[in-house]
Design a protein around this ligand. Structure first.
Ligand code: AR6
Length: 297
């Protein structure tokens, strides 16, 4: 029987949202869950529980292994069966002792992967827009900051964001940095904070690569900045995100090449919550580069 991918996608989104809020499910919800899983043609007794299908996974508590394995499953039926089989234990989940952060994370990872797979199959895309303006004024869910690895502010768009957001943002950044290994960020990674006085909800700080000659991993690192920023936004169920032209100022990345990477990465991303990405340009001419790229088949 053909799976109804659109239904499975909204199912995965629903349960991902449920699970992101602790405490997890109450027993009474299980009946509904079971019913939906069966309607989606997932089989609880398919024998494909994750630990059976992937013997590498010794215990469900082993989150790192689980994340790696779940990331590799690319069959909706297998993943659905496995999740459903592993949900058998859920009938007991009303017990406080089982409402742990770890169990919650386990389910979130599984549903996020299911949502991602189905989004890919449905060919969902983030709608892209380009504009010229000041990113600090945008009323989107998240704005991205072209940061440096220190993550505590600087010049360019970073300086503008910190000035407009005020002291609260710097305090958030200090708390964030305190928890990072080596007390600094990594190029290509993305780090989320709240947004102080800005009209958006979150700021995602991503240190872009310094451009040398394009042969020192710069394209991959720049793509990672965009991809990781999208992931952070998805983790907070953002519907909209705005990017500046990362690395194209002080860090010297050629504008056309950078815009091409930005657009490709965002358009190839399979969204769950994200609907819109705004490329917020600042200098005259930058917006036209994006518009030309959107117009390409
Ligand atoms: N809104 C939108 N875009 C802006 C704004 C603004 N308010 N202000 C500048 N831009 P840059 P980078 C554009 O140099 O190359 C900082 O000191 C700008 O025109 O801000 O990634 C950091 O702390 C350009 O197109 O970032 C790092 O040390 C784009 O933002 C370093 O610079 C990026 O230029 C990062 O360098």
């Amino acid at each position: 029987m053909d799976l109804n991918i659109a239904k499975i996608h909204s199912f995965a989104q629903f349960w991902l949202r449920e699970y992101q809020e602790l405490p997890p499910l109450k027993q009474c919800l299980f009946g509904r869950f079971q019913h939906i899983c069966q309607a989606l043609d997932f089989k609880m007794d398919s024998g494909e529980s994750l630990s059976k299908a992937f013997p590498e996974m010794k215990s469900l508590g082993d989150l790192e292994v689980f994340e790696r394995i779940v990331g590799k499953i690319d069959d909706v039926q297998i993943l659905g069966n496995a999740i459903f089989s592993n949900f058998k234990g859920i009938t007991y989940w009303s017990q406080e002792s089982l409402c742990t952060k770890e169990n919650q994370r386990w389910f979130c990872l599984a549903f996020a992967r299911l949502a991602e797979l189905t989004a890919g199959a449905l060919q969902l895309h983030i709608a892209c827009e380009a504009m010229t303006g000041d990113i600090t004024r945008l009323e989107v869910d998240a704005i991205v900051n072209a940061a440096n690895c220190g993550l505590l502010g600087g010049g360019g768009v970073d300086g503008a964001i910190h000035r407009a957001a005020g002291k609260a943002l710097l305090e958030d950044c200090l708390r964030l940095v305190e928890k990072l290994p080596g007390k600094c960020g990594e190029t290509g990674q993305a780090y989320l904070t709240e947004a102080g006085r800005l009209p958006c909800k979150y700021v995602i700080h991503t240190p872009g690569p310094v451009y040398r000659d394009g042969k020192h991993g710069e394209p991959e690192l720049l793509a990672r900045c965009y991809e990781n920023s999208l992931r952070r936004a998805e983790e907070m169920q953002c519907a909209s995100i705005a990017f500046p032209c990362i690395s194209t100022g002080v860090y010297g990345y050629p504008k056309e090449e950078a815009a091409q990477i930005a657009v490709n990465t965002v358009q190839n991303f399979s969204p769950v919550s994200l609907e819109k990405a705004v490329f917020c340009c600042f200098e005259p001419g930058d917006e036209a580069i994006y518009r030309r790229l959107f117009a390409r088949p």
